[in-house]
Design a protein around this ligand. Sequence first.
Ligand code: AMP
Length: 450
Amino acid sequence: MSFDSLDLCDELLKAISDKGYTSPTPIQTQAIPVIFEGCDLLAGAQTGTGKTAAFALPIVQKLGEKVPTEKRRRPRALVLVPTRELAAQVSDQMQYYGRRLSLRSTKIYGGVNIRAQMERLHRGIDIVVATPGRLLDHMEKGTINLSRIEFLVLDEADRMLDLGFIDDILQVAEYLPVERQTLLFSATYSQSIKQLADELLDQPRRIEVARKNIAADAVTQVLYAVQRKNKRNMLSDLIRTEKWTQVLVFARTRYGADKLTEEFLSDGIKAAAIHSNKSQSIRTRTLAEFKQGELRVLVATDVAARGLDIQGLPRVVNYDLPQVAEDYVHRIGRTGRAGEKGEAISLVCPEEQPMLKAIEALLKQVIPQKSLSGFPKVELKGGGRAKVAQMTNKPASSRTAPGKAKKATARPAKAKLTKARVTKKTAPTQRKKTETDRFGPKNGRRGNRS
Ligand code: AMP
């Protein structure tokens, strides 16, 4: 299939070809016609599938058909995302496509001065990409008016729920027009996602481009069994001997990320860390340096790395395995994006065996094991990892008693889904009020999280 058959206008076809895309990805092929039809959409798409363009292109085209003449226009599309980095990336794409049709878009997220955002909103904007916390700040201040919203996109909705944004999302939704098109993108389908979809979507069309909870197919996975105290030396060795030039390393804690970075630097390996304790300007600069190849290693925590799009990133390393199995899928989805090949390497110490078991149960796959000379052999218990190395694609379920896999992956919902006071289905009249009428600064609410 080509982009020509998707009913996209000439300006956008030109923008696509300038980007070097030759054919649409599966999520684009399926989602674009549904969005053009005007239906709500519940889309299951893993990271790196091209889902941003799948919603950006039709939204921009539809908005571009009737650009308001007034200068101070109110936003007509709102994209909610879990992290600042994702907000920046989605907003870049919206800007890239939108400017071809004279649309203005902006990003709003926490960790940076709110004034510049207020000024941009004041000047008039068509598309807003926002993290929920900072968006609520603007709503409380009355610096954004959402009464004209025609499109609501929930991007990486599963992650937003993991980060505890459910109440914020439902609160935002109360202030949106009932007559709107809502698109929900999620890599995984949990019970909470289904409930969220029930609350906010109206008879959605459902599409899925990847099997549930499956890691990006283009990523080769491998693990090294290693004692915890030897992890850092092993990783420095791998970087040097295998001549890795660009590697994203996941550490579990902010402290761990900083410490690892210092050790790399003392080994003469150019590295930097990004995590939520770093200011947004430092995070942005560090990411740019990494993308440009000025840094060999970027050490990141899960929250900071979520949604990162680094074109052509060849590999990621799990220095620590994630506590939550699904984060493994998100992590390795940073490489092998849009059909390119990628490699995911995990350094696993004996203490991390329960996490490994949960990950393999989720993937329904055993991760092959490699060894590195010069490091003491470490046995990972439970079924014998040595054998495992030759059993690459054997389902983990064959080693796990029935029912156990499910338990290992079961993840307590962090946020309880509370019923929206006003949903798309229930209260059409509320939207007549202005933001400041109903959302005064005195409304007590949670701290600023995004
Ligand atoms: P996303 O899943 O939206 O984060 O996109 C992942 C990567 O795929 C980004 O680097 C996009 O620029 C790229 N991409 C999106 N659509 C296409 C396409 N049709 N052909 C090739 N690359 C694409």
